[in-house]
Design a protein around this ligand. Structure first.
Ligand code: 13P
Length: 288
């Protein structure tokens, strides 16, 4: 199956009261593990690529070519969207040119009028190409690939202005943070989420910072209109833990245990388990 825009899968998720997971990729192992899990569980999936990860993988063109070829070679039949995560204005155009099927323009650090102006331009381009577009209002806290956010809650009126431009989905800051949540985290602001939902109506909402949010909060967020949840750090942590265990147990020193395909295998299995666990919580299994 060819790459698809995220529009249809998110509208279905919104109507069916579940969420589609966006799992960020860093390399071939991440991509393969996530695609195989989505296929096994018959779940739609969104592969997220930050600008830093795109650069690491030598460029968005490499990423798009790898993902498209992998979908074909692995006979992946579930809907897969390849999505730019927290894109700059220029980065969005690069991904559109490279063949991504979905992009996020993160204009949240601009004054709202500039965010609106730039988002509006991208809406036109994306509509023409059939690509889904995510916009952001109110910053997501923490740091991801050098993008640092203060974590302020979104202004529902500003959300309405951006939603009215015709974007496909909207990320609104509701106290969520990239990376691990600190012990003194106050939790998601459902008050903000409900106020945003009230203003934007049917627009599928996106919850960033999916790592470490308690299950009950995730379920409540879905009931209030969240249809896409982003997970990045949690896959990195499970990969790290499994790889550390393999090496600490000295398995790399036995026989051909140093073979990268063996060395990276436990980490890949750990990513698969994390993706499965998230898909179960999000309710996307069997929804492809
Ligand atoms: P986490 O790294 O906290 O899971 O957040 C991922 C994310 O929101 C990607 O945009």
């Amino acid at each position: 199956m060819a790459l698809v825009s995220a529009k249809e899968m998110l509208e279905k998720a919104r109507d069916g009261k579940y969420a589609v997971g966006q799992f960020n990729i860093n390399n071939l192992e991440w991509t393969k593990s996530i695609l195989l899990t989505a296929e096994e569980l018959k779940s739609p999936v969104i592969l997220g690529v930050s600008e830093g990860a795109g650069k690491y993988m030598t460029g968005f063109k490499t990423v798009a070519a790898m993902v498209k070829a992998m979908i074909e070679c692995l006979n992946i039949t579930v809907p897969v969207a390849l999505h730019l995560d927290h894109g700059t204005y220029d980065g969005c155009y690069k991904c559109i040119e490279a063949g991504f099927s979905s992009i996020m323009f993160d204009g949240s650090h601009f004054p709202i009028d500039e965010n609106i102006e730039k988002t509006k331009e991208l809406v036109k381009v994306c509509k023409k190409k059939g690509i889904s577009l995510e916009a952001e209002v109110g910053a997501i806290g923490g740091e991801e690939d050098g993008v640092v956010g203060k974590g302020e809650c979104a202004d529902p009126d500003e959300c309405m202005k951006i939603a009215d431009l015709g974007v496909t989905m909207l990320a609104a800051g509701i106290g969520n943070i990239h990376g691990k949540y600190p012990a003194n985290w106050e939790g998601l602001s459902f008050e903000t989420l409900a106020a945003v939902k009230d203003k934007v109506g049917d627009m599928p909402l996106v919850l960033h910072g999916g790592t470490g949010i308690p299950v009950e909060m995730i379920k409540k967020a879905i009931s209030l209109g969240v249809a896409k949840i982003n997970v990045n750090t949690e896959c990195q942590l499970s990969f790290q833990e499994a790889t550390r265990k393999y090496i600490e147990e000295g398995k790399d020193l036995v026989g051909k245990g140093f073979d990268p395909r063996k060395l990276l295998a436990p980490g890949c299995e750990a990513i698969k388990a994390t993706v499965k666990e998230k898909m179960e919580i999000f309710g996307s299994i069997g929804k492809a």
